[in-house]
Design a protein around this ligand. Structure first.
Ligand code: FCB
Length: 441
């Protein structure tokens, strides 16, 4: 294990941007400032869904401690801060009345970034759906595209003139598949029809939000998708076919829709019968022209054929070293997906919008494992760049230890340690290593 990054800023083209990412519900402390209830509060309050039934009510208290957090980002030499806004903080009921304190908060935050020379990279939706909209069916209801457009307009009319970039929805696969098919995230459904509807409506909401922002004269609008490297568990033709289908559902569905206006045929074989009526007519809205594509990447999976109804696949672990999440460390997958992203993005800039690892960090104990992980993945990215991939930035998940969704607070992804009792922040060795690598000489 090492205490140094294996690169410096000078190894990258001028203008290449480094950043850190967080999201609203995971750090803000959602009980404060007049925010409405979200489906994550409800999911967490239901026994068995979240480790120790933890929720985001207090989280890192970023709502009040944001100046200190922005100072940490600036002091490490990062260029971009990728953050998200909470729909329920802006509109507690999800529609209609706006929470003035919520809009004021995001304005303070963005102005605070600009004052520190940071580029604000906003995500409009990082999973905290207002509960009143969940009551109406949430992502299963086609009207969500209009509700989302209304929220987008309310927020962007206030801060849209000061943002560096915007992506509508963080990780559409998680909003659709993980939450409605695998049941692991709110609303915790396991239902193929709900999944097909949610997958489609996420794309539609994305497209409508892009249209709203173009209408407001905003630029640098993109999409942030997550990818998982699907490797066949064995060399059998059945496992190869299973891995290909898994790749379709996970990696090709949203890029196909957003960049080509088409869902992949192999995924439609299974989802087609469950899709909302008339979905074909929405594809042009989903495929709005974009300015960049963001790649979130963490790991690979070994995929096997599993007897049963479509998609008849099962996920397994291989023998690479694992992170605290139990995810294999597989930088080769990042290299693969940067080329993959480029094959869809038609020459647009690509960003790594999330990459990082959870580690059982103790304050004061060097997180060499995280430095190794980042070194390996950044090396894979440089290899892709040398081969011609137009990668223009690299954003690390995450600034702070935070609420890791159904796994609660024990999975630590931060470059900065957070004591969830005192809320004290303490930069880890990885933070210091990055600070040294990013220093401008
Ligand atoms: C991503 C999410 C982020 C965090 C990391 C570990 O899927 O966007 O909120 O949970 O994984």
């Amino acid at each position: 294990m090492t205490d140094k990054m294996n690169f410096t800023r000078a190894d990258f083209p001028p203008g290449f941007a480094f950043g850190v990412a967080t999201s609203a519900y995971q750090i803000e402390g959602h009980a404060q400032g007049g925010a409405g209830r979200t489906h994550w509060d409800d999911f967490a309050a239901t026994p068995g869904n979240v480790v120790r039934a933890e929720n985001g009510a207090r989280a890192c208290d970023h709502y009040t401690r944001w100046p200190e957090d922005l100072d940490l980002i600036r002091d490490a030499g990062f260029d971009i801060y990728r953050f998200s806004a909470s729909w329920a903080r802006v509109m507690p009921e999800g529609r209609g009345a706006v929470n003035a304190a919520g809009l004021d908060f995001y304005e303070r935050l963005v102005d605070g970034m600009l004052a520190r020379g940071l580029k604000p990279a906003l995500t409009l939706y990082h999973w905290e759906l207002p509960s009143p909209l969940a009551d109406l069916g949430g992502w299963r209801n086609r009207d969500i595209a209009s509700w989302f457009a209304e929220y987008t307009e309310a927020l962007c009319r206030r801060i849209g003139d000061r943002l560096w970039s915007v992506a509508p929805v963080n990780e559409p696969w998680c909003v659709g598949w993980l939450s409605h098919f695998l049941g692991q995230h709110a609303p915790g459904l396991r239902d193929i029809r709900a999944t097909a509807h949610a997958m489609h409506h996420v794309g539609l909401a994305h497209g409508r939000a892009i249209q709203v922002m173009r209408g407001l004269g905003m630029g640098n609008l993109g999409a942030v998708c997550n990818f998982e490297y699907a490797l066949p568990r064995t060399d059998s033709p059945a496992d190869h076919a299973a891995a290909r289908l898994y790749d379709g559902i996970y990696n090709r569905l949203f890029l196909g829709a957003m960049f080509r206006g088409q869902y992949p045929a192999d995924v439609l074989d299974g989802l087609g019968p469950h899709m909302p009526k008339g979905w074909e007519a929405d594809m042009a809205t989903i495929a709005q022209p974009l300015d960049w594509l963001g790649v979130n990447y963490y790991t690979c999976k070994r995929i096997a054929h599993a007897p049963g109804p479509w998609p008849a696949v099962s996920e397994h672990l291989g023998d690479l070293p694992q992170t605290q999440m139990g995810w294999e460390i597989c930088p080769e997958g990042l290299h693969h997906f940067l080329h993959f992203a480029q094959s869809y993005a038609n020459g647009l800039p690509i960003y790594v919008t999330e990459n990082g690892m959870a580690n059982p960090d103790q304050p004061g104990q060097p997180d060499g494992a995280r430095i190794d992980y980042l070194n390996q993945h950044i090396a894979a990215a440089r290899r892709a760049m040398a081969e011609g991939v137009r990668l223009e930035g690299y954003i690390i998940w995450s600034l702070l230890d935070n609420y890791e969704w159904s796994l609660g607070y024990e999975k630590r992804f931060g470059l900065v340690h957070v004591d969830f009792e005192s809320l004290q922040r303490q930069p880890k060795a990885s933070y210091h290593a990055l600070k040294a690598a990013l220093a401008r000489s």
